[in-house]
Design a binder for this molecule. Structure first.
Ligand code: PGA
Length: 252
């Protein structure tokens, strides 16, 4: 399976800054065999759609979505609307949404299923908090999140899900999860996927690691068993650092 690197711009880049990032990123040399995507804020989709591809980023993504395709849902954006922008994927259940907005596993499942119906790949984010890790509950928490977040989500087809394992304590902290710990959690995630979807489909579902990935540590994750790519926040904000990270992920 080709490795996948996704940049998560979070709430940093509006259309003007997005345009500047993309222009700068065009100068980066990128590995041919790497899949690269950027999850952009909704208001920057128009700016990104027309130029990301030319900058060597074929996969345009969103950071959130609502589960209905239209209706009286003030402030929300539907899967059908995102499809109009040609999105390939969309994050759902990022821990910042769970913490700041009270997003639940049930909401995440509805969003993921709605994205699939629109032909957009959901990237389902799961991960334990620091307190849960300290109590030794990592695998229990991640398994429970997966069971709930994948309710009604299909495991095959072009919009098959990807899973992002992002320990909450590792996000933006500069304290990444060790590759060995990530390997163990990813292995447990793969087991859940095999049970739910069967071996053949489960092997096609990418499991990404996220949390303080940078150009220096990315190669270790990407070469770890069951780690099919990475989801990158802070180190994606500087286009040169992100270019360096992509090159380090798959050294020539
Ligand atoms: P980070 O963020 O790379 O800054 O830790 C990752 C994420 O939140 O997706």
């Amino acid at each position: 399976m080709r490795k996948l690197v996704i940049a998560n711009w979070k709430m940093y880049y509006g259309p003007v800054k997005a345009g500047a990032w993309i222009r700068a990123f065009r100068r980066e040399r990128l590995p041919k065999d790497l899949d690269i995507g950027v999850a952009v804020p909704h208001v920057s989709l128009a700016a990104a759609r027309s130029s990301l591809g030319r900058a060597g980023v074929p996969l345009l993504g969103g950071q959130d979505v609502f589960w209905a395709n239209d209706g009286a849902y003030t402030g929300e954006i539907s899967p059908a609307m995102l499809k109009e922008f040609g999105l390939s994927f969309c994050l759902v259940g990022h821990s910042e949404r769970r913490v700041n907005l009270g997003e639940t596993d049930e909401m995440v499942a509805k969003k993921a299923a709605a994205l699939q119906k629109a032909g957009i790949q959901p990237v389902v984010c799961v991960g334990e908090t620091d307190a849960q890790k300290k109590k030794g509950e990592t695998l229990k928490v991640v398994r429970a999140q997966l069971a709930a977040c994948l309710q009604g989500v299909k495991g095959d087809g072009a919009a098959r899900p990807a899973i992002a394992y992002e320990p909450v304590w590792a996000i933006g902290s500069g304290k990444p999860c060790s590759p060995l710990d990530a390997k163990n959690v990813h292995e447990a995630i793969r087991e859940v996927l095999v049970k739910k979807y069967g071996k053949a489909s489960a092997q096609e579902i990418r499991i990404l690691y996220g949390g303080s990935v940078d150009p220096r540590n990315v190669a270790e994750y990407v070469s770890t068993t069951h780690v099919d790519g990475v989801l990158v926040g802070s180190s994606s904000l500087d286009p040169r650092a992100f270019g360096m990270l992509c090159r380090a992920a798959l050294p020539a």
